[in-house]
Design a protein. Sequence first.
Lengths: 296, 296
Amino acid sequence: MRFDILAPAGFATDPAAVARAVARLSGLGHGVHLDATAESRWQRFSAPDDARLAAIGRVAADPDADVALMLRGGFGLTRIVDRIDFDAVGRSGKRWLGHSDFTAFQLAALARAGMVTYAGPMASYDFGAEQPSVFTFENCFGVLGNREWTVECALDGPSQVECSGVLWGGNLTMVAHFVGTPYLPDVSGGILFLEDVGEHPYRIERMLYQLLHAGVLARSRAVLLGAFTGYELNANDGGYDLVSAIGQIRSRVPVPVFTGLPFGHVREKLTLPVGGRCTLRSRDGIASMRLFDYAA
Amino acid sequence: MRFDILAPAGFATDPAAVARAVARLSGLGHGVHLDATAESRWQRFSAPDDARLAAIGRVAADPDADVALMLRGGFGLTRIVDRIDFDAVGRSGKRWLGHSDFTAFQLAALARAGMVTYAGPMASYDFGAEQPSVFTFENCFGVLGNREWTVECALDGPSQVECSGVLWGGNLTMVAHFVGTPYLPDVSGGILFLEDVGEHPYRIERMLYQLLHAGVLARSRAVLLGAFTGYELNANDGGYDLVSAIGQIRSRVPVPVFTGLPFGHVREKLTLPVGGRCTLRSRDGIASMRLFDYAA
């Protein structure tokens, strides 16, 4: 496969990691091309808005590219999401892969063009890690290289659940950010997965409440919570923590809420087709997720 | 006037400030009653959800109360907002006063019951300040004690604007939080005011983008930005700052955006009737805001 690495949001804060990602993908026999945005910087972004928008068009139009691999997240897609031609991007037939701020692209691609994208590893943190995760690589190439892929993992939640639906979600901040806008896909009966980083549990709970008050949780068949990392509790929390936050949400929705999905700002992450389909079977803490209907 | 002080969200982190607020309001000749939630604590809240909900009903039903004064913000109203009987609260005829997390109550009161509430000082930070602000007190009692009130202040923005509309808004996080839910009032042609604390400029920009993508900004006659305080820039910002964020939003909306409104998590704050009407006249940096149609 040929990977085009682009940075549609934040600039490359760790150029050595990008170099490692290029070497590692090449070493696995893949082609790699670095888009200009992978090596430029403007303020906290890789480049001004017009240039980041152009990068998306450039990769979509690259006849050699198979996978459009995000370099990293940060902040930036929300500035240009209303100017992306998702019909053209969808017709390009590339696999768009990333997470974090990239969730904005993924939600909008599904909402505006019914386009499937891939929530999974990025160049900087994952492919460019000093000690890359075998789990992450296996799942990524497993999903990208096959028309369906089944994952088994431990999930904490109701003792027995079986359901199927459109798989969607990503970074909780970005999902909540698009509630009430044209960029949130209108998925009914879906399986919603969520993760976040650097958000205190009360903020996580508040964002989950936005999804609850907007009806998004009740319209889901199941909610799969991944990793919520990089926050600090303090004395004013008085024992309130992530477990309290998730317990509160569970008490308010009539939908199975699972925790422990290997996804988020963590080393071991699944690759999840956003807009594909998933059959989830969970029994006594062990779940299998069959991912299908994602490949064109 | 008789003030009932309640804590519908966070617990009183500074009991001495509450005592000062009681003494100060009493010293001005007002009656003061401390609700039980002003002196209790549960986790990071004043009390469990049912008890905080009951406190709102208790103050609404208190025949002696004129003003329901929030003790402080924090996090908590989003948990109970769907269980508040805003018709009953509205019929109670009290003036509900506060800001920050209380914005959730104010937006929902306007959305569900067309009820006017007051964005302004709270017991802990404002009435209980060691050095209270004359500006804050004058404006608060000026608005509460009169059927209309005119404020003059410096506002930075377009050189000449005159418009009228429903005044609404409050804490930006809470306004963005309710986008896409039944608790965001559907105000067209309004004057929207916003403030926040502890949010990095990119988060402020991202929340403003949610209002932009949801059409809220374009439906406004003017946007008044108050104080955005308590954040830290870092090396990765590369010069991006609050001015960049506001400049970006200004470049995207066809609506006058002013900065400098004396409102937010700052000592000198206006009292603004949410759901009342405002006529804004601005010329060369000096604005007058006539607040009216708020008293029953």
